[in-house]
Design a protein around this ligand. Structure first.
Ligand code: MG
Length: 280
């Protein structure tokens, strides 16, 4: 397979990605797909969808799960609402993630991913053991489907993430590295983090952000890839260093402004193609 094929984060009927048609117009060969709503996660829809992708010449590399009731409004809201950490919604969301894994299998996709939520840093916190258990359960379901599970980075420091991966102790658990999230959440300098967690990186988001005045207490600001504090060239050089050759998937979460979203992703594609020619 070609090194570093470009990709975009795409959506069918749920999530903040671009429409498939837009991915095609942008000319990318791969996508990360936000899992569609339950009603769309059927064998019939999977077949129709695969036929469409084949016609457009697009391959799905990872299917991402997301849940009703999640909000990224601010950091405390993320803690309360996102992923498999909040106890009240955990069982229902685990069931839904397993269904998403089954749907990804129908699509022939070997990796599913999610934001697991804020894992407590203190391993003696009972919540920590509960989150370890739920992620193990999900890993084992994915394993039966022949899949890896990728945790989206952001909420944890690189050391916290390594600790958590070690605690879960499953050989199909990996990372989707999103450098902008490290900045948005204030969880550490992303380039240093990639070097630490490099052996677990199996997919990436090309997304950019600027640090908040008080990182970790307030949000940083997401900006077009190449215009923030990640450092696009350094990011690719570091991916090269760790031996990552998979898709470079651009994520730009402004679906309320589709024309701007497409224009900015187009610019990111030109930037990445230039850097690929230079580094790749
Ligand atoms: Mg991301």
């Amino acid at each position: 397979m070609e090194k570093w094929p470009l990709g975009v984060f795409a959506s069918i009927d749920a999530g903040l990605g671009v429409r498939l048609e837009v991915a095609h117009e942008l000319g990318v060969p791969t996508i990360h797909l936000h899992a569609p709503h339950k009603a769309t996660r059927t064998k019939q829809h999977a077949e129709q969808f695969l036929a469409k992708l084949k016609k457009l010449g697009i391959r799905i590399s990872v299917v991402f799960g997301g849940f009703e009731g999640e909000s990224y409004a601010d950091i405390p809201t993320v803690t309360r609402t996102v992923g498999l950490v909040p106890p009240a919604t955990r069982a229902a969301r685990l069931k839904e993630m397993k269904e998403i894994s089954d749907f990804a299998k129908l699509l022939g996709v070997g990796a599913v991913a999610l934001h697991v939520g804020f894992v407590p840093h203190d391993a003696s916190d009972p919540l920590h053991a509960e989150v370890v258990a739920v992620v193990r359960d999900l890993c084992d379901h994915c394993k039966d489907n022949g899949q890896n599970l990728h945790l989206e980075t952001g909420q944890e420091t690189a050391d916290g993430l390594l600790q958590f991966l070690t605690a879960v102790d499953r050989d199909n658990l990996f990372i989707n590295f999103d450098p902008a999230n490290m900045i948005l959440y204030g969880s550490g300098e992303p380039i240093q983090a990639i070097r630490k967690v490099g052996r677990y990186v199996r997919s990436v988001h090309c997304k950019d952000a600027k640090w908040a005045a008080k990182p970790g207490h307030e949000w940083g600001a997401e900006v077009p890839f190449g215009e923030g504090d990640v450092g696009a060239e350094n990011f690719l050089r570091t991916l090269n260093e760790i031996g990552y050759t998979g898709p470079l998937t651009i994520e730009r979460e402004i679906p309320q402004e589709p024309s701007r979203q497409k224009e900015e992703i187009g610019r990111a594609i030109r930037l990445l193609n230039g850097l690929k020619a230079k580094i790749g």
